[in-house]
Write a protein of this length. Structure first.
Lengths: 323, 432, 301
């Protein structure tokens, strides 16, 4: 195992055991990981050069679907809630996706924003159904039929989230390496060439769009269960902006960037609001500026750079010895 | 910081040496976590409440703290968003080991926190939020509310309206489009319909929260000319609405019913004018007719004005009640424990039935955790010497009659009221 | 709906549209030239409002004439444009024109976050309300309904004069022509010797000043409070996208469309009021992806 893959494995292991040593980090980590999933969705689209300022839509659709399911059945089951959330996100993703894949760049971003803001307004308007701005409570669901206390449930939820994130990261990585993933990248570099090959760029983008909706869906349902409540805040445009923010922070080029970014973001935000509660927005803004100006490839990019340097240095040495 | 702690610890040791043998677990300080909006539009409530908490705690600690233990407050910004709030709440309970939590201003946040507090087994005083649903829909052991809720607040407003302007025919509503705006109108409308069947709702507007402009709504209202216009808006929204309405003469044609206007009186300036109904979510008013000559009350109001530049508004009163509840419940639990420092569970046990007084009339906690807090409303009046409207023709309603009985849902109970109910509610009337 | 109500809805819609246009036009101008969608535009709007309301409140309380509010608004607009907008362009944006548009938008998002807290540190959380400018102009009765002269007459007139002067500036002055040239084709303009950096700077300052001026005008009608910038920016985006990015006249039409749509919604179906801007934008973009007045760019092979 090379150093390059060894360190991330250590990081995953560290995240997995951290809650045992510091129990209060468990929920924070769950929330950060759940947020990493929609960020991964944003990264998928970034590979096609498109940025969505409305991906909180699918995050929110899934969260509300899970909450409704729990309400209809008077309590809920974790697994079915996540499943239904993802299904709802895919359904909405298909409808919205068919429209928005016809657009590129700013228009793509703005249309996504418009759809998410409409959903936001609907959540606030249809108060008697959605609870308006107070949102809907999500009672603690059963896990595979078992009723659990909060502490046990949170542990289960954390490891489930971690497992889902690993699976999602692996699957997304495979997708991006597949032929269709390569075609996504062609949309960014030269879309017309793709069309000349007889491939529908819209079709390709729609596939990517649906995958990103699935990722948002998993994250949204997990977030709803972890927080115990869903509110229209889930869909607000600032949250969509947050996802893009984290994607850039972590590094839009890589799958691991989503989760590293989410962990860093959540830590900065929590501690900034705890210890600098007057200026936490400013802290975030400065961090973001620093990343874009000095490390545009994000944390994952920095890591790759450092690794490259570690590898080239000994290589140079051997060259010297040869001479 | 450590110095104070050491001194407090030394003090505790001394007390222990001379006092009861089992007082060893008396803590160095009593940690209270307080959530409040320190940023965002609702910081107009959170910032004065925080200032009040600092003043009251300082005063408390100067007078021996609670049972000899000084109070130490930790503040959390509700404006930082749901996740940050919950994370910070947990951090205070689990890492800092807060003894009591006060949460929160927003009803949405109370919804999030109440189940969490119950699971964490931490005493949580809902010190300001108004939704009646939380305690009506579920039984909590650790969650209490140290003030009234939306139901008695709106019911008192209906009663005041029916006592002062019983013959109105038409009403319009302009509320913020979020849970409070919708809920409060629903409660008000249900209660009004039960006690006065013959009126007509001519317009229902729910402009979005934080709307910068009500011009179109005001044009529409001028065309409709309703007798009364009801609005539970607050903060910048309420100020904007009232000022835009006054600029265009709407305040001269219709009577405004503003159950939260006490918190904006100083911001209205000359805009509101005389003759409109003003409420303050409880018996909260810096010229409280029963308290304004009380020296402690006068001193607090003057100190608060000196510290913040403004007169206290209802969140300040709510904060004083939560802190009074804290002090009283510990004293009650200490007494019940034979003078020794109580366990957390003993403090929680002492909460139901507790009576305490903040800056207003005394409040009692019922068996379901709900506080019984009397309600003061008045009519706006322009007075020399103040550059903003004051209240006249004030009525204070006794709340044990107008609070939804234990075990009933407000939405159902309000429907059972009849016109005869109006005269059954004990009320005291004061003029300026 | 009677004729009277129809007229009232139109008045309300036009007054609202005027204010929205003033903010959106700066955004679209900036985008046309710099090709950066500036989220911090909402912060400039809020700062213009804050400066006017706080300084106005102080000087009127000291007994100065309320008519001073009008020059104050112009000064506040220019001040924010130069003192805040200028450095943002020079120190930040000028370094990112080569980056992907995602990163550019995020830089402005970061500026927006920072400025939000700057506003709160300077002006605190309490709302400001300073309407002397509106009160000195008095009211006027139309169909038995009282309107303020400020909203019914002044705001639309200011909007029209800004539109006309921008048009004249862009078509008749050298700087304006340079801006148009850079808007049409950045590379060609630079190759004939136009100093694109200066054009960017001037355009950005003008755009920021217009936003701040819009905020200054709005401050007479509304409470100035934290968060007002965030709301305005989403609305302006809707206007700009509906109009077609970079289209100045288009922004006027789109603002009017959205303003009227909103006021008719209040009269006919109040519940959908907040949805109107987005519905209009969706509807327009679904039919004309480049916006009402936008042009399609030929794609590079």
């Amino acid at each position: 195992m090379s150093l390059r893959t060894f360190l991330p494995a250590v990081l995953v292991a560290l995240v997995a055991v951290l809650p045992m040593m510091a129990p209060t980090t468990q929920v924070l980590l769950t929330l950060a990981l759940a947020k990493g999933l929609p960020v991964l969705g944003v990264i998928v689209l970034l590979h096609a050069g498109q940025v969505s300022f409305g991906h909180a839509l699918f995050f929110g659709v899934s969260a509300y679907a899970a909450a409704f399911l729990a309400r209809v059945y008077g309590g809920g089951e974790l697994i079915s809630m996540v499943a239904v959330g993802v299904l709802a996100a895919v359904a909405v993703g298909l409808v919205v996706g068919i429209f928005v894949v016809r657009y590129r760049h700013i228009f793509f971003g703005m249309l996504n924003l418009a759809f998410s803001m409409i959903f936001f307004s609907v959540l606030e308007k249809f108060y008697y159904l959605t609870g308006g701005s107070d949102g809907l409570p999500v009672p603690r669901p059963t896990v595979a039929g078992f009723d659990m206390e909060r502490a046990g449930f949170e542990t289960v939820l954390f490891y489930l989230t971690l497992a889902l994130c690993l699976v999602a990261a692996w699957a997304t990585h495979r997708f991006l390496c597949s032929p269709i993933g390569n075609m996504m990248r062609t949309i960014k570099t030269n879309e017309l060439r793709l069309e000349y090959l007889g491939v529908s760029a819209r079709g390709v983008l729609l596939v990517g769009y649906l995958i990103s909706a699935v990722l948002c869906g998993i994250g949204g349902a997990l977030m709803a269960v972890a927080q115990g409540v869903v509110t229209p805040e889930y869909v607000w445009w600032v949250r969509s902006g947050e996802f893009v923010f984290i994607a850039i922070l972590g590094g839009s080029g890589s799958v691991s960037g989503a989760f590293v970014g989410a962990l860093i973001y959540e830590a900065v935000r929590t501690y900034a609001s705890a210890f600098a509660n007057d200026i936490w927005k400013m802290v975030l803004g400065v961090v973001l500026l620093g990343v874009i100006l000095y490390a545009p490839a994000g944390v994952a990019g920095l890591y790759a750079q450092v690794m490259d340097r570690c590898r080239t240095r000994p290589a140079n040495k051997t060259v010297d010895e040869d001479q | 910081m450590m110095g104070i702690r050491n001194i407090a610890a030394a003090l505790a040791m001394t007390l222990m040496a001379g006092g009861a043998a089992l007082a060893a677990d008396k803590p160095a300080d009593l940690k209270v976590g307080i959530t409040a909006f320190l940023s965002g539009p609702a910081s107009i409530f959170g910032q004065p409440a925080k200032a009040a908490a600092e003043m009251i705690i300082k005063d408390m600690n100067a007078n021996g703290g609670i049972g000899g233990v000084p109070v130490k407050a930790y503040y959390v910004d509700e404006g930082a968003g749901g996740e940050a709030l919950l994370a910070e709440y947990r951090r205070l309970v689990q890492n800092v080991r807060a003894d009591v939590m006060f949460a929160s201003i927003s009803s949405g946040n109370c919804n999030k926190i109440a189940p969490l507090a119950e699971d964490l087994k931490i005493l949580n005083l809902m010190w300001d939020c108004g939704t009646q649903r939380i305690l009506e829909e579920k039984k909590y052991r650790y969650v209490f509310r140290t003030q009234a809720n939306a139901a008695p607040e709106m019911l008192a407003t209906v009663l005041y309206l029916l006592k002062t302007k019983p013959d109105f025919k038409t009403i319009a509503v302009v509320n913020q489009d979020y849970a409070w705006g919708r809920d409060s109108w629903h409660i008000f409308h249900t209660a009004l319909k039960a006690m006065k069947p013959d009126f007509k709702v001519v317009a229902e507007f729910f402009p979005k929260f934080g709307a910068p402009d009500f011009s179109t709504e005001i044009s529409r209202l001028q065309a409709l000319r309703p007798d009364v216009i009801f609005s539970t808006a607050w903060g910048g929204d309420l100020e904007t609405f009232v000022k835009q309405a006054s600029q265009r003469g709407l305040t001269r044609n219709s009577t405004f019913i503003l159950p939260l206007a006490e918190s904006s009186l100083q911001g209205f300036g000359k805009a509101l004018g005389a003759g409109h109904v003003v409420g303050g979510r409880g018996d909260h008013y810096f010229l409280h007719p029963e308290k304004k000559n009380n020296p402690d009350f006068k001193k607090f109001v003057a100190d608060f004005k000196a510290k913040t530049g403004a007169y206290p508004i209802y969140p300040v009163f709510h904060m004083s009640q939560a802190l009074a509840a804290l002090k009283t419940v510990y004293e009650k639990a200490i007494a019940a424990n034979g003078g020794e420092w109580p366990s957390h569970e003993q403090v929680v046990d002492a909460m139901p039935g507790l009576t305490f007084a903040g800056l207003g009339r005394p409040v009692t906690i019922r068996s379901d955790g709900q506080g019984i807090e009397d309600q003061l409303l008045g009519t706006s009046v322009v007075v020399d010497g103040y550059d903003f409207p004051l209240m006249d023709n004030m009525m204070i309603f006794d709340s044990d009659v107008i609070t939804t009985p234990v075990g009933k849902l407000s939405a159902d109970w309000l429907k059972t009221l009849t016109p005869a109910f109006i005269d059954r509610v004990p009320v005291k009337t004061y003029s300026r | 709906m009677t004729l009277q109500l129809l007229a009232l809805a139109i008045f309300d819609g036009v007054a609202y549209a005027a204010l929205v246009f003033l903010v959106a036009v700066g955004l679209t101008l900036t985008f046309g030239v710099l090709k950066v969608l500036n989220i911090a535009h909402g912060s400039f709007y809020a700062m213009g409002a804050y400066i006017t309301a706080s300084i106005g409140g102080a000087i009127f309380a000291a007994g100065f004439s309320p008519w001073l509010a009008f020059p104050l608004m112009l000064i506040a607009g220019a001040l924010v444009g130069i003192v805040v907008g200028g450095p943002v362009e020079k120190l930040l944006l000028s370094r990112i024109y080569e980056l992907e548009d995602v990163l550019q938008i995020l830089v402005t998002f970061a500026v927006f976050l920072i400025l939000e807290d700057v506003q709160r540190l300077i002006w605190g959380g309490q709302p400001f309300f300073e309407s002397s400018a509106l009160q000195v102009l008095g009211t006027v009765d139309v169909f038995d309904i009282t309107y303020t002269v400020y909203q019914l007459i002044l705001l639309p007139m200011v909007a029209i004069s800004v539109l006309v002067s921008l048009r004249l500036f862009l078509r008749r002055t050298l700087m304006g022509k340079l801006i148009l040239a850079v808007t049409e084709d950045r590379e060609a303009a630079t190759s004939v010797g136009i100093n694109a950096e200066r054009v960017y700077f001037v355009t950005f300052v003008i755009g920021a000043s217009l936003a701040a001026f819009g905020g200054a005008l709005a401050s007479a009608t509304t409470s100035v409070l934290p968060g007002m910038g965030a709301d305005m920016i989403v609305l302006s985006f809707a206007v700009v996208a509906t109009a077609g990015l970079g289209r100045v006249e288009g922004a006027a039409v789109a603002a009017l469309l959205i303003g009227l749509g909103r006021s008719f919604a209040v009269y006919l179906w109040p519940e959908i009021e907040v949805l109107v801007p987005y519905l209009i934008m969706l509807f327009v973009l679904l039919i004309r992806p480049e916006g009402l007045f936008g042009t399609t760019h030929p794609r590079k092979i």
